[in-house]
Write a protein that binds this ligand. Structure first.
Ligand SMILES: NC(=O)c1ccc[n+]([C@@H]2O[C@H](COP(=O)([O-])OP(=O)(O)OC[C@H]3O[C@@H](n4cnc5c(N)ncnc54)[C@H](O)[C@@H]3O)[C@@H](O)[C@H]2O)c1
Length: 285
């Protein structure tokens, strides 16, 4: 089946970024969120990103207008009825994801692939909520989507080879670099490596070994990472680091190394979530 129209669920940081890259390479996009203010915020993000591209001479005003013209923002689930491929980017909450997958399973044609941008959760479990688990796949983009090349394509237990192939080809068409995650395991490749490192950075801070600034400086200058762990958490959202780590703890038999540091729990409880509130580690200290 030729993909012409892509449905995106969630117009947040990831959903709007994914909608943008899809529209820029010529797909028609329907981007759905639960309230109009979220849809408008997502569309504004996209417009801002594209405008910066025009200022920097990376694309023309015409390219920008054409890409924007291909994106329809909506709050109506039924507007995704005729899409050829779905990418889900709602909050990192397993029950919510299962619910939206059931909804999409009932709404879209049976041959349509349903992809999830989950950072860590089981593709198999999300797929089991549908009657088409062979067409459910992980398609894990990185933040900010228009700039980051990697897409992890994750095979759930029931995901078919054909589904993997179509998803892989779509990632390439979006100008991304896909890698295959052959087994459905928490955190896939990148987050399995990165989240324990973020937690260790928080523990170094909690133990009074170094300041947030110095830990960030050390990682940038010593490991050549473009951002330090605290800067990264502030960018992506502290709640995401928290939820992914709690999920690791549950899924990996409560291993001690996955216990969530107390300071992170407190920050999430106090709603100091970084990206979403303009707060985060650099305001919290
Ligand atoms: N932020 C990152 O760095 C990052 C990177 C890779 C993957 N992810 C994953 O992408 C997903 C989205 O993360 P985000 O950072 O964009 O979160 P976000 O909070 O910015 O956006 C999520 C959006 O989903 C919307 N939403 C909630 N229920 C919905 C529903 N039923 N239908 C449609 N929209 C709904 C919310 O209103 C919100 O606007 C999560 O699973 C996250 O783990 C995030």
């Amino acid at each position: 089946m030729e993909i012409e129209r892509i449905g995106i669920l969630g117009a947040g940081a990831m959903g709007s970024g994914i909608a943008q890259v899809c529209a820029q390479v010529g797909y028609e996009v329907v981007m759905r969120d639960i309230a109009d203010e979220f849809v408008q915020r997502g569309l504004k993000n996209i417009e801002g990103f594209l405008s910066k591209g025009v200022e920097k001479g990376k694309l023309s005003e015409k390219d920008k207008e054409e890409a924007l013209g291909r994106i329809k923002g909506t709050t109506e689930v039924s507007d995704l009825k005729d899409v050829d491929f779905v990418i889900e980017a709602v909050l990192e909450d397993l029950e919510l994801k299962k619910q939206v997958f059931r909804e999409m399973d009932d709404l879209t044609r049976p041959e349509v692939i349903l992809a999830t941008n989950t950072s860590s959760m089981s593709i198999t479990e999300i797929g089991a909520a549908t009657k088409r688990p062979n067409k459910v796949v992980g398609m894990h983009f990185f933040n900010p989507v228009p700039l980051m090349k990697l897409v992890e394509v994750i095979k759930g237990h029931e995901t078919s080879e054909e589904t993997i192939k179509v998803t892989w080809n779509l990632a390439e068409k979006l100008g991304k670099l896909p890698v295959l995650v052959k087994k459905d395991t928490p955190g896939f490749i990148v987050n399995r490596l990165m989240v324990p490192q973020l937690m260790e950075a928080i523990k170094i801070y909690e133990e009074g070994i170094a300041s947030i600034e110095d830990i960030d400086k050390a990682v940038k200058a010593g490991l050549n990472h473009p951002m330090g762990p605290f800067e990264l958490m502030d960018l992506t959202g502290i709640d995401i680091a928290y939820h992914v780590n709690e999920y690791f703890h549950r899924e990996m038999n409560q291993e001690l190394k996955h216990v969530t540091p107390h300071t992170l729990k407190t920050m999430v409880r106090a709603n100091k979530l970084g990206r979403k509130t303009g707060e985060g580690w650099y305001r919290y200290k």
